[in-house]
Ligand binder design. Structure first.
Ligand code: SAH
Length: 402
């Protein structure tokens, strides 16, 4: 068994059970891609069993902090079983959910989503790549499912020196699937869609949005970065009179239209715009168009902390514009899925957007990823998705119309 020796003082994060070893922390030791190594402190004390990634800045990812544990097929079977069992404890309300969420489930570099009878897996580290066939066998055996599609096309694969791979590993057939989430149906395509096909992590927020639509009787709703129309369908199902959805992806817009029809909503209640959100928001301001509920769920502007400053400006911009076209008493659901933007920083960005727009607002909810995208106390990076629900205050001296 090969060993990786850390520099003095660099053992601290591992002692707190954080599973990443950065290249700069290593004093000596190399191994093959995905090979299991013994990570030890400068004075040779055991810290963890890890998978080596020769070309990644995250040079090793810890499988286990227990010296007695062996990294073999039984190890992966046990971790997968634990992840599946944990999902029985979570409130999910859908037949689409995340079965394995990387580090939080003790399997760094592995994401597995389940859409009805189909598993979709993403192997994004050398370690998971090396153990792929063991992982696939365990997933199929333990779920009893026959179809597994690989979506190893995330950009992080290139940081690991791994090529993009997609396609059926087990089973075959149609990659289009319709899931039942809460009270509605959503169609997706596991081969063509973003990520593994769908943004499962926003499930609880979609339900919350439907609840707000029902309680506050939304009339005009704007869903920005609507993808395949999840929040649109949620709002319509909550009784919203009309929803305008904006996305710059033509295929996403087409599927969003199909999802509105799939749920039996009249097309006259929905307008779909294949357009840029920022430009559209500016146009709405020019045209004097306002909304009484807005969703802002943009793509990842800051994948890492290094991108945070530029991303902060982009987040502030769209939030300022959205707050400007929101009616007093209107509701804004605003998100950041950037790992490089903390919840605290996101709050500050939204606050300064409000100041610039001359708008104050109540924060009525703090949102995060759905529970099948769990966070653990030892892996704070797991908190990538954060959201705020705001209710816009009327101008000073005025009262709410509602
Ligand atoms: N809210 C969605 C997920 C949004 S993902 C859901 O619940 O499913 C982010 C979306 O933003 C993607 O669909 C992407 O196509 C879109 N997008 C990215 N940049 C954009 C831009 N400048 N203008 C409009 N849409 C954009």
């Amino acid at each position: 068994m090969k060993s990786i020796r850390l520099k003095e003082g660099k053992e601290r994060s591992l002692l707190r059970r954080h599973p990443w070893v950065f290249d700069g922390a290593i004093a000596k030791g190399v191994a093959d891609a995905g090979e299991t190594v013994r990570v030890e402190s400068h004075d040779e004390k055991f810290l963890g069993w890890a998978a080596f990634s020769p070309s990644s800045k995250i040079r090793a990812r810890v499988w286990s902090f227990d010296e007695a544990e062996r990294i073999d097929a039984a190890f992966f079977e046990a971790r997968i079983a634990a992840a599946i069992q944990a999902r029985n404890l979570f409130d999910i309300q859908s037949d689409g959910w995340r079965l394995i969420h990387g580090e939080s489930d003790g399997l760094p570099g592995l994401v597995v989503d389940r859409y009805c009878d189909t598993l979709v897996a993403q192997f994004s580290s050398c370690g998971t790549e090396r153990w792929k066939s063991v992982i696939v066998d365990a997933l199929l055996a333990q779920t009893g499912l026959k179809r597994l599609y690989e979506r190893s096309d995330a950009s992080v694969r290139s940081l690991e020196g791994l090529p993009e791979v997609t396609g059926w590993i087990a089973g075959a057939g149609d990659t289009g699937i319709t899931i039942s989430e809460h009270d509605w149906k959503l169609s997706l395509d596991v081969a063509e869609g973003h990520k593994t096909g769908f943004y499962l992590d926003q499930r609880d927020s979609r339900r919350k949005f439907a609840e707000y639509a029902r309680r506050l009787q939304f009339q005009r709703v704007l869903n920005c970065y609507s993808y395949t129309g999840g929040f649109t369908v949620a709002a319509l199902s909550g009784g919203a009179a009309h929803v305008t959805s904006i996305d710059s992806s033509g295929p996403a817009i087409e599927r969003a239209k199909a999802n509105v029809a799939l749920n039996g909503f009249d097309a006259s209640r929905s307008t779909m715009l294949d357009a840029d959100v920022n430009a559209s928001l500016r146009q709405f301001i020019k045209d004097g168009v306002s909304f009484d509920a807005i969703v802002l769920d943009p793509p990842k502007f800051a994948p890492t902390v290094a991108h945070a400053e530029r991303a902060a400006r982009a987040y502030k911009d769209i939030n300022r514009l959205a707050l400007s076209i929101l009616e007093p008493g209107g509701v804004l659901f605003t998100y950041s899925c950037s790992g490089g933007i903390s919840a605290d920083l996101f709050h500050k960005i939204v606050a300064s957007a409000g100041l610039d727009a001359g708008v104050d607002a109540f924060i009525t909810e703090r949102m995060g990823g759905a529970p099948d995208h769990p966070m653990t106390v030892t892996f704070p990076e797991g908190e990538y998705l954060k959201g705020l629900v705001l209710i816009k205050k009327p101008p000073v001296g005025a009262v709410f119309k509602r």
